[in-house]
Design a protein around this ligand. Structure first.
Ligand code: PLP
Length: 424
């Protein structure tokens, strides 16, 4: 209560902005994930690894635009490419361009996809991949996992399709992630109507919970035994290894979906995979599937995305950055050992979980059921803001490339101090 009162007192301009916004936007909001009680902070500017709110506070940005902001704010390469594309190419040209081919070729090589198509978001990429899989197999059902998040209208919390999920009845949800036996049973139960299994190699929105190789390979093989496709959602995880986790872990998926930072900060999505599967989208073929989208090949995202991947987030940068993330997580684990705070994740993505007794291992969201300490989670958020760290309320951290080492050390100290202050 005291922390919330300080938050209200410290942020009068964010509060006033929220009071105004609720008059037009339901709840003052246009992205549910960004809503926080009693009101969200309104950000004014970002630069490098920092953001500033309306009331003038400066924060280290640990939200990292939910992983899409990997390159940070106003990266010089992005800045230069954005302006030069605008000046020399222009916005969408209503035609195919060399830019979409150049970027598709780069994505194809990096993520080992025989063919690629572009979209505008990760949600769209998944919707198109599923449509393709259904067309290819002539089947409808899709197996997904509890805690899986594949986009705005493809969300499966608590073992169920969220109410806004499209074609809800066509999804069969495995009630636990990382449980191969259960996954096999569910996949086999769908029998002949299974078009695809859609899975994240690490559940992102579900709490940064990595999938084991045994689980993911087992799921792939079970899908194949049913004649279904294995689709890997790498919208969030493609940043964790130069070829994404699918290549890193040797998963050999039939299709892969991409998005987030691959637009260099602009709206982006892509999907690709096996030649024969992606051929369902070849307009030269009679009976092929249409894949439309006015902005699919918009020149800004194609050129800025290309620059982000070829000039900034090169394979060696990717590896070094994620090793840095691993070292940071290990230090956080040391600081939090034996406390109520458990740390999950991989590379540059981290999950923070407050539970009653603390947990050594978290393999799926169900492990946390009934054990979470949301009061501590919320208090942590308020107090980290006061210490100058902009994190997500739910405890998800997406590191930004330029984050200085001393900020990581300062965060470790702030976490240690928090845990010392709040032992109950
Ligand atoms: N898939 C995963 C694994 C995601 O984490 C997200 C976004 O958080 C999406 C898909 C949806 O991407 P977008 O928000 O660009 O639609």
């Amino acid at each position: 209560r005291a922390a919330e009162a300080r938050f209200i007192a410290n942020n009068p301009l964010s509060k006033a902005q929220h009071d105004l916004a609720v008059g037009t936007l339901p709840g003052g909001n246009t992205r549910t994930v960004l809503h926080t009680s009693p009101f969200p902070l309104s950000m004014k500017q970002g630069r490098g690894a920092y953001v500033w709110d309306l009331d003038g506070h400066k924060y280290l940005d640990f939200v990292g635009e939910l992983s899409a902001g990997l390159l940070g704010h106003s990266h010089p390469v992005i800045h230069k490419t954005f302006l030069s594309t605008f000046d020399t190419v222009g916005l969408s040209l209503g035609a195919t361009t060399v830019h979409e081919h150049a970027y598709a070729a780069l994505l194809s090589a990096r993520f080992r996809l025989a063919r690629v198509r572009m979209a505008n978001t990760g949600t769209e990429a998944n919707l198109h991949a599923l449509a393709g899989a259904r067309h290819f197999t002539g089947r409808r059902k899709v197996v997904v996992f509890s805690g899986g998040y594949h986009g705005a209208v493809l969300s499966f919390p608590d073992g169920k399709a969220a109410p806004n999920t499209v074609d809800r009845g066509d999804f069969v949800v495995v009630p636990r992630y990382n449980d191969l036996q259960l996954a096999r049973e569910v996949i086999e139960s769908v029998e002949k109507d299974l078009a695809a299994v859609l899975v994240e190699p690490m559940q992102g929105a579900g709490g940064c919970i990595p999938g084991t190789r045994e689980f993911l390979v087992g799921v792939r093989d079970a899908a194949h035994r049913q004649g279904a496709l294995f689709i890997l959602d790498e919208v969030m995880t493609s940043r964790l290894a130069p070829g994404g986790l699918g290549v890193e872990m040797g998963l050999e998926p039939d299709m892969v979906t991409l998005g987030k930072y691959l637009g260099g900060g602009l709206a982006f999505g892509a999907f690709g995979g096996r030649d024969d599967v992606m051929a369902v989208y070849d307009p030269r073929v009679e009976g092929s599937l249409a894949h439309s989208g006015t902005f699919n090949n918009n020149t800004m995202a194609m050129c800025v995305g290309y620059a982000a991947l070829s000039e900034v987030y090169k394979p060696e940068v990717n590896v070094a950055f994620n090793e840095r993330g691993n070292r940071f997580r290990e230090k956080l684990r040391e600081v939090t050992k034996g406390t109520r705070l458990s740390i999950t994740g991989r590379g540059s993505l981290l999950g923070l979980h407050f539970t009653e007794d603390g947990m050594e291992e978290i393999t799926c969201g169900e492990d946390l059921k009934g054990k979470e300490r949301r009061d501590l989670r919320d208090l942590f958020w308020f107090e980290m803001l006061e210490a100058g760290f902009w994190t997500t309320r739910r405890g998800y951290i997406a590191m930004i490339l330029e984050t200085p080492d001393e900020e990581l050390d300062a965060f470790l100290a702030a976490v240690k101090a928090f845990l010392g202050r709040h032992r109950d």
